[in-house]
Design a protein around this ligand. Structure first.
Ligand code: AOS
Ligand code: ZN
Ligand code: ZN
Ligand code: ZN
Length: 390
């Protein structure tokens, strides 16, 4: 490939930004067991510190998402200042309207108006927090749904959802937007109130241009063509961002690129081809993962490297050759262009990008050298659970 092209690829990789989630630094597990690790952050400040270390090692993770109230603090402006001092910023604010007893039958879709009011008040409180932290994204996921036919009215629940979304939307400031996540099941097993991108999209269209769809890669039925959803939403200007992670079965929240790096590449290819890697496209690339068994900071570093590798391969697709093959109806040729790019070993290229960014070409080795794991094992006793089973 021509030197100028490689320079363009490298500059795109240097500019890439990936947001890590605070909850991935806390203890997590399954409904069967949370295996506590040593050196886990005891509060939001220490989670921010771990996220800052991930940024220091990779150079491309300059923000951390918060989950409220898991990351509750007295003074959010102070937490933002702490993040700034540590070299990062606070990113998306994720309200939590699923962990209270009140939410047994749902939050904003609950049949009881008093519960709906409480849930909406929390969403609005989260916008206040955004004002204090300087965050621009309200990231919404609702556990709402029903387990049995007849349990509640599917239609009435959509009305309640629309009402709450619109009240939260109206509260957003001019530089803030709302991302609406969907998931086909869990915790509800019969019907989820936002089960798919179409439902999320329809609500976002009604709300207005500052409401967009959030695609969590773990939230689809097996076999779903996620890159198609990405392409479609991009075309409509309705793709707000991602929760990257990987899954073998359901919402596994494993490291992105671990289960299916080829799918991640196909998603990034749609992004690259739409010009949506550019900062101006305003697509939020966020991770949503839980490291139940593996140590958390290096797992996050590895995840970021996986996203970079998929992105590099997508950037290496020869767009001209691909377009020509497509024009000529050359099925095999077009597929070969894509596969050739995918089969590149992009690790040396990324090592150069890291050197340009002033970080170690091997961030995992660099992590080991920091002695961070040993230090926090001593410093932090009784780390915080990410939220579940806390
Ligand atoms: C839940 O399945 C969603 O992915 C949400 O984004 C959720 O808030 C996050 O995973 C933390 O549980
Ligand atoms: Zn998610
Ligand atoms: Zn999820
Ligand atoms: Zn997930």
């Amino acid at each position: 490939m021509a030197a100028t092209t490689i320079e363009t690829v490298k500059s795109a990789l240097r500019a890439q930004q990936i947001e890590t989630p605070s909850w991935a630094y806390g203890n997590s597990g399954t409904r069967f067991k949370v295996f506590a690790q040593e050196g886990i952050p005891r509060n939001a400040y220490e989670k921010v510190d771990d996220a800052a270390l991930v940024h220091k090692l990779t150079g491309v993770a300059p923000s951390v998402a918060l989950h409220i109230p898991w990351d509750k603090v007295d003074d959010y402006a102070d937490l933002a200042a702490h993040a700034k001092n540590a070299g990062i910023r606070l990113g998306a604010i994720n309200p939590n309207v699923f962990q209270d007893d009140d939410y047994r039958l749902g939050s904003v879709c609950n049949p009881d108006p008093a519960v709906r009011k409480k849930a909406l008040a929390h969403l609005l409180e989260c916008v206040d927090i955004m004002d204090a932290t300087g965050s621009s994204i309200l990231s919404l996921w609702f556990a709402d749904g029903i387990n049995y036919p007849g349990q509640d009215s599917l239609r009435a629940r959509q009305d309640r959802l629309a009402e709450a979304l619109s009240a939260a939307y109206d509260r957003l400031g001019a530089d803030q937007r709302m991302l609406v996540e969907y998931k086909f099941f869990e915790p509800a097993f019969y019907a989820t109130d936002i089960p798919d991108w179409g439902t999320s999209y329809a609500h976002c269209v009604t709300l207005g241009e500052r409401a967009q769809v959030l695609v969590d890669t773990g939230h689809h039925a097996p076999g779903t063509n996620i890159e198609f959803i990405v392409a479609f939403l991009l075309r409509q200007g309705k793709l707000g961002g991602f929760h990257f992670n990987s899954r073998f079965y359901a919402d596994d929240d494993l490291m992105v690129g671990a289960a299916d790096p080829f799918q991640l590449f196909r998603i990034m290819l749609e992004i690259v081809q739409a010009g949506a890697l550019e900062e101006s496209a305003n697509i939020a690339f966020m991770l949503d993962q839980c490291h139940n068994l593996e140590p958390k900071v290096p797992a996050m570093v590895r995840s970021i490297m996986n996203v970079q590798e998929a992105t590099a391969k997508a950037l290496l697709v020869d767009a001209g050759a691909l377009a020509a093959a497509q024009r000529e109806g050359d099925v095999l040729g077009a597929n070969a262009v894509v596969m050739d790019a995918y089969n590149n070993d992009v690790r040396p290229l990324l090592a150069e990008v890291r050197a340009d960014l002033g970080v170690d070409p091997d961030p995992i080795a660099a992590y080991r050298r920091t002695g961070h794991a040993e230090r926090v094992r001593e410093e932090r006793r009784g780390g915080q659970a990410a939220g579940w089973g806390a």
